[in-house]
Ligand binder design. Structure first.
Ligand code: NAP
Length: 459
């Protein structure tokens, strides 16, 4: 007896970053059902944070992941439609009519706020903006960052904080060989920054960075690393031994970094633990930060907490980056938890008033919040696509959809300057070609007009 395959399942994935593209990969892996996937993306380019988030001095990581994502996007069952912004001409209700299922993988495009006075002064920025700027993100390429201060302050100890600290102190000759935006290279070449002060509200045993990213700071022979407030009281000494191996390793790396002997370091990265910013000082622009000291309380790694000592100090700076995490934004007509910046869901099935919205799914940071490394999105996507396929098998997906041709016609009619996969290939080739001439992986187009021009798509 022969079993008949159902007509291809038609899925839209909204967002062409790691979360969305891992979901595409999982759908393509299905053997029991053919899946046609359309990937809709608001930028003219795919790859999301791999293009505009991963630091330019991590070319190998970029290349490996880019290659995998291109393999998915080039698959004959996958179509890429860039420059499609959801919310105006195309809304979630349209996608619900056009496809059997829609997976929202829109990431976290905003950032958390400190909520302290002075946060909005000129010179105080989200690290997210700076990262997008040096990576040539078209929405951020017109930003200006004044690096004329000798000290930059970063609040938070996550991997983004380390990326920013590394880029601010990196040898220009190293950066010149990367795909960093040319205007960022130019600004960095005029930088006066000698010290990057990283503020950690908790102790040196509670850094949010990962060990490989921390170890990388030791690769520079011109940037020293200094630790402040990393000495425990005699009663607390045993705490370091009680840490799990991940945290113990990070503490060991911190100490190793501090012990390195560098001859005449040009710059330094200072980790100041147990310190919270209390106010950003300045009239119109940042002139300094008022800091509050914290003390560590608790007698085991699981019960450690901080409390303010009441002691305050001030540090002079003209540049503050808050690097305290990203935050998701609401999408028109879809439910949203404002407190977490995520779309409410059960294992990836979107919930509205605690009821499952049939055929609507989420994956990545908009599903679970801004945590984990790029690879974490693979497991997350597997959970979501498993739910989707379970729903298909159980007959919970509606089945009447628009044909691929009709969907493309709708998109072309509604969206000016639609960018397809072959258009993106033109951008990609032009960037790589420009890069080859300068011995760099690529030279990016950093504004929409030049991206569309390179794509051969009239605006
Ligand atoms: P993160 O890892 O969540 O770190 C946030 C940091 O901000 C923590 O140190 C946190 O301190 C601190 N913080 C939060 N609220 C604060 C406040 N009100 N005052 C002072 N400090 C505050 O965020 P992220 O660095 O933006 O990274 C986001 C995700 O991207 C992470 O999962 C990260 O691993 C990932 N990422 C990975 C890479 C990589 O793999 N190379 C690169 C970049 C980003 P507490 O710990 O005390 O809460």
């Amino acid at each position: 007896m022969t079993t008949q395959k159902r007509p291809a399942l038609r899925v839209a994935v909204v967002g062409a970053g790691p979360a969305g593209l891992y979901a595409v990969g999982q759908l393509l892996d299905q053997v029991d059902v053919d899946v046609d996937v359309d990937v809709l993306e608001r930028l003219p380019t795919p790859h999301g944070l791999v293009r505009a988030g991963v630091a330019p001095d991590h070319p190998l990581k970029k290349r490996v992941i880019d290659n995998m994502f291109e393999f998915y996007l080039d698959h004959p069952r996958v179509r890429f439609f860039g420059n499609v912004e959801l919310g105006d001409r195309v809304v979630p209700a349209d996608l619900a009519l056009w496809y059997d299922a829609v997976i929202y993988a829109v990431g976290a495009s905003d950032d958390r706020k400190l909520g302290i006075p002075g946060e909005d002064l000129v010179g105080s920025y989200a690290a997210r903006e700076f990262v997008a700027w040096y990576n040539g993100h078209p929405d951020f390429s017109d930003r200006q960052f004044d690096l004329s201060s000798e000290r930059a302050v970063i609040v938070g100890t996550g991997n983004v904080a380390l990326d920013v600290a590394r880029i601010l102190t990196c040898d220009l000759e190293v950066l010149r060989q990367t795909e960093i935006a040319d205007y960022a290279l130019d600004t960095l070449s005029r930088s006066k920054i000698k010290e990057v002060l990283i503020l950690a509200r908790r102790s040196h045993m509670q850094g949010a960075f990962n060990n490989p990213e921390l170890e990388e700071l030791g690769e520079s022979s011109t940037v020293a690393v200094e630790l402040r407030n990393a000495t425990l009281t005699p009663e607390q000494q045993c705490l370091e031994q009680q840490l799990d191996w991940i945290d113990r390793r990070k503490v060991a790396t911190l100490k190793k970094l501090q012990q390195r002997q560098l001859e005449n370091p040009e710059k330094r990265i200072v980790f100041q633990f147990l310190t919270s910013p209390e106010r950003i000082l300045g009239d119109e622009r940042v002139a300094g930060v008022s800091l509050q000291s914290n003390r560590l309380v608790g007698d085991s790694p699981d019960t450690l907490a901080i409390e303010g000592t009441g002691e305050t100090t001030e540090v002079a700076t003209g540049l503050v980056f808050r690097s305290i995490g990203y935050r998701g934004n609401a999408l028109a007509d879809l439910p949203f938890y404002d407190s977490t910046g995520t779309i409410p869901n059960a294992l990836g099935r979107v919930l509205q008033h605690n009821e499952i919205l049939p055929g609507v799914y989420v994956t990545g940071w908009i599903k679970r919040g801004p945590s984990g490394v790029i690879g974490s999105n693979k497991k997350c996507a597997r959970e979501t696509t498993s739910c989707l396929l379970e729903d298909l098998a159980a007959g919970r997906l509606k089945g009447d959809v628009l044909s691929p041709v009709a969907v493309e016609a709708e998109l072309r009619q509604r969206c000016k300057a639609l960018v397809t996969q072959s258009d993106w290939h033109r951008i990609d080739s032009a960037e790589r070609l420009a890069g080859t001439a300068q011995s760099r992986p690529r030279v990016k187009f950093t504004d929409r007009a030049s991206l569309l021009l390179a794509a051969g798509v009239p605006e």
